[in-house]
Design a protein around this ligand. Structure first.
Ligand code: RNT
Ligand code: ZN
Length: 411
């Protein structure tokens, strides 16, 4: 008997059908962020990264052009099992002629991305880019008291809605458009309400742009702090959740955006009770919102368990969001996405009876079973998944070869 067959039998004894798990996993789409490939720089302004987020490290080989980034995405995606979407930021606009401001961007500036996606049968997600730009004034965009600044960014939001609609129409897949602003203050503000009131007004103005909510899912991502913006964040959790609920858009939780002992895994069930859909940015915050590569760790598994056992694989829109510049960026992409998928597989391999143990208050058995499941032969099921998906278990060798052949030549 091969290892998968043995694992299958062992899981069967626990009441788990590995075939069902594998087939469910192959249906899950992970939206993969393009910005791991170039340390969140983009092509439209080449400004250094701002907005309270930071990449650290200087590993050679980051993509410098659209062609390089596309080649790297191809390489990374070829090493990922399952289904992907590509998640773009507005700063990745490709200007063939005259560059235009972010308030003026149009679908044509993303045509090459659309061609790229269509050729590969990929859906596209999108993000307005409210950072790394000279029109960010005093760390504020949509909440700025300067009307010229605020209006500029409102126009950017509207332009992005039109581009998102274009993505959905061209690719045939809905486009998730996520709004995140870095706005905040380093030190204690005198007015916490004013900026939030302006943010609210700006969002209302952006959403007044016509779009088809069946094709474009607008999400709003909250945050607790950023570097240089430690004391006050305009788009706090309370603001974003309240706004989303009131306006019928979708809340997005990034698991780096809460206090370190607060867990997104515990928040998913509550949001599922009050929203048709919710969205996630899966990341790995190490002591702060550090955006390390996602691993197969406790919280990633717990998040996956909450999605799977609440039967919400079709209601939770899963995206990755991290950026490590200290290691091979292709490997970073693949490791993170595979970790999310492996965590989902772990969750799919949990027996349904665990809930009953909780309801019967048999917490003793529940603890023992949950511990035993951690060392059940998930690795053999995972390897079988990779085999069926035609991707190598050993991606490191390929990544190293690509590094030698391609990445090191980028000086
Ligand atoms: C920042 C947010 C946001 C960004 C991307 C680049 O803290 O997580 O999602 O990481 O938009
Ligand atoms: Zn995020």
């Amino acid at each position: 008997m091969n290892r998968y067959q043995e694992a299958k039998t062992m899981y069967e004894a626990l009441g788990v059908d590995t075939e069902m798990a594998l087939s469910a996993l192959s249906d899950v789409t992970v939206s993969v962020h393009c910005w791991q490939g170039d340390d969140v720089i983009g092509f439209d302004s080449r400004e250094s990264l701002s907005g309270g987020i930071q990449t650290t490290g200087n590993y050679p080989g980051k993509a410098r052009t659209p062609e390089e980034l596309m080649a790297d995405i191809d390489k990374a995606f070829s090493l990922m099992p399952g289904k992907q979407k590509l998640n773009l930021h507005a700063s990745y606009a490709i200007f063939d002629g005259e560059p235009v401001g972010r308030d003026q961007i149009r679908p044509e500036h993303f045509k090459k991305w659309v061609d790229f996606a269509k050729k590969r049968g990929l859906g596209l997600d999108f993000n307005p880019t409210f950072f790394s730009h000279p029109m960010v004034k005093d760390n504020l965009t949509l909440s700025s008291p300067d009307e010229t600044v605020r209006k500029y960014w409102v126009e950017h939001g509207k332009a992005c809605l039109r581009i998102s609609q274009y993505f959905a129409e061209e690719t045939g897949y809905p486009c998730l458009m996520n709004i995140w602003i870095p706005d905040g203050y380093k030190d204690i503000p005198a007015d916490r309400l004013g900026p939030r009131a302006r943010f609210k007004k700006s969002l209302d103005e952006i959403l007044s742009e016509p779009y088809d909510p069946e094709k474009v899912y607008v999400t709003l991502e909250s945050k607790v702090f950023g570097i240089g913006l430690e004391s006050y964040t305009v788009g706090s959790a309370e603001f974003c959740l309240s706004y989303s609920t009131k306006k019928g858009i979708t809340p997005l939780m990034d698991n780096g955006h809460y206090h370190p002992t607060e867990m997104v895994s515990d928040k998913i069930s509550s949001l599922l009770l009050f929203n048709d859909k919710i969205a996630l940015h899966v990341t790995r915050p190490v002591r702060w919102d550090s955006d390390h590569v996602v691993l197969f760790d406790d919280e990633t598994r717990e998040i996956a368990k909450e999605i799977v056992r609440n039967d919400a694989l079709d209601r939770v829109l899963i995206a990755t969001d991290y950026f490590d510049a200290s290691i091979n960026r292709i490997s970073a992409w693949v490791t993170g996405v595979r970790s999310v998928q492996k965590a989902l597989l772990f969750a799919l391999l949990q027996p349904a009876c665990l809930k009953n143990l909780q309801d019967d208050n048999d917490m003793t058995s529940l603890m023992v079973m949950q511990e035993e499941l951690k060392t059940a032969p998930i690795g053999d099921v995972w390897n079988e998944y990779l085999r069926r998906q035609n991707v190598p278990a050993d991606y490191l060798t390929e990544v190293k070869e690509y590094e030698k052949k391609v990445l090191v030549n980028r000086k």
